[in-house]
Design a binder for this molecule. Structure first.
Ligand code: CMC
Length: 423
């Protein structure tokens, strides 16, 4: 391990985390040298210090507070993972009961939010609705928007985690023209969400325990993923002191993109478009063609250069859910064969492109009954836990400053303004 590196005749401290690569502290670099560093996409830049999630992309490792995602998905619950991400440790039985009761008590949303929903077109994308209504929470919950008050931060965090399922279910209900259902707090976090989504007021709804467990596991797999684009967006928005509801709305907007959370929707659409295994080679060829913008959706990752550990759990869960529901979906066979063919192809091997979490998630969500347009909203629901944990960590970080990247300016230099008649 090195203590310092010398750049432009100045020494820069080398920082070492508990695990992972060394990090050069270049905060004084511009002051010392008059130079900036250039790193579009932040491929070599650590934007913060964090103790929440660790990824080793070469080994395909994902740990939350030190616990592996495989073990959490197998043995834990989404509520327990939420507690872990927020608080750093697994809860005692008593702490867990208090936490789940608190979250449960916040599941209802202000009654006037229903009116807010009615302003959207019925065919609005659920993510468009989610950006709007989550941002609007700051207009309804003024008593938890002071970011400098620790008690308000806790309440805002609990509100966001508790209300996301209610809002996501309302977005779905609105799109199909059915009445909104109030939460039923006798159910689990995930069971409650399923009932608000698929239940109707005219009939009792019975939560299928296999679907409930699968959904809960999907939520665990999406709960956090260190400094990805939407989490960095939440941190950047929060770095100015913006209120948490506004910050999470910014995260939702970023997540929507097809290179990020929108990939689950895009991946299932792609698999359906391929339709039958005999058409796979055509799509593989397109993905490899430099002149074709097409990419295999659900493949590749900025950090994982090995199998995404979340995809392993997801593939297993698809089998369980399809088996339990007695659903046969030809798209699953297309996915399995596409994976097999791509993994044997030199192009994908050389670029280390493997299936990511989104490759199989659409198959399960569709078997459960969600329309593709809801997939990214479900990702947002689960990721809210990570966003909130990371936002809280940022607010209390003594090194935290407003995020303000610099640039390599390549535009016109100073020139005189010419009146329109002289141009
Ligand atoms: N299909 C075909 N080629 C690909 C793919 C793909 N899915 N992904 C990357 N490549 C190629 C890319 O063309 C480039 O080739 P070259 O070096 O010849 O120019 C090389 O691999 C590196 O790609 P990159 O775009 O520089 O890599 P990145 O780290 O900037 O992008 C990514 C990562 C996830 C945006 C990208 O792999 C991608 O667009 N994948 C499809 C979308 C997707 O599944 N996104 C979900 C990510 S996981 C869920 C989440 O965390 O949001």
């Amino acid at each position: 391990m090195t203590d310092a590196v010398r750049l432009d005749d100045h020494d820069y401290k080398v920082m070492q985390g508990s695990v992972g690569p060394e990090v050069i502290d270049i905060r004084k670099y511009y002051a010392d040298s008059g130079r900036f560093t250039y790193d579009p996409g932040f491929t070599s830049t650590a934007s913060c210090r964090s103790t929440i999630t660790y990824i080793d992309g070469d080994e395909g490792v994902l740990l939350h507070r030190g616990y592996s995602i495989g073990e959490l998905a197998e043995s834990s619950s989404f509520m327990e993972v939420a507690y872990l991400l927020l608080n750093g440790e697994l809860p005692s039985k008593e702490a867990f009961d208090t936490f789940t009761t608190t979250i449960t008590r916040h599941t209802m949303v202000h009654e006037q939010l229903a009116t807010f929903f009615r302003g959207f077109r019925r065919d609005a994308h659920p993510m468009a609705i989610m950006c709007g209504v989550v941002g609007a929470l700051s207009a309804f919950y003024h008593d938890s928007t002071d970011v400098h008050d620790p008690a308000q931060r806790v309440i805002a965090s609990h509100r966001l985690i508790a209300k996301m399922p209610t809002l996501a279910a309302m977005a779905y209900k609105y799109s199909v023209g059915q009445p909104f259902l109030y939460p039923d707090n006798s159910l689990s976090y995930t069971g409650n969400f399923l009932r608000m989504t698929f239940g109707v007021p005219a009939e009792p709804y019975e939560v299928n325990p296999i679907v409930e467990r699968a959904m809960d596991r999907i939520f665990i797999l999406h709960a956090d993923h260190e400094q990805n684009a939407s989490t960095s967006t939440v941190r950047l928005a929060g770095s100015s002191g913006a209120n948490p509801f506004a910050c999470i709305a910014a995260g939702i907007a970023c997540l929507w993109g097809p290179a990020h959370g929108g990939a689950n929707e895009a991946a299932l659409n792609m698999l359906r478009e391929i339709g039958t295994p005999d058409r796979i080679p055509e799509y593989i060829a397109r993905a490899k063609d430099k002149n074709d913008p097409f990419r295999l959706m659900g493949f590749g990752h900025r950090v994982y250069k090995n199998y995404d550990p979340r995809a392993t759990v997801m593939q297993q869960t698809v089998r369980e859910v399809l088996g339990a529901l007695g659903v046969t979906d030809p798209v699953f066979d297309v996915a399995l064969q596409l994976e097999e063919i791509a993994l044997k192809d030199d192009y994908f091997a050389e670029k280390k492109l493997f299936p990511n979490v989104d490759f199989y998630s659409g198959v399960i969500l569709s078997a459960i009954g969600f329309p593709t347009s809801m997939f990214t909203a479900l990702f947002a629901l689960a990721r809210t836990v990570g966003w909130v944990a990371q936002w809280n960590e940022m607010i209390t970080d003594p090194d935290q400053k407003i995020g303000r990247p610099r640039q390599l300016y390549a535009g016109a230099t100073a020139r005189p303004y010419l009146p329109v008649g002289q141009r």
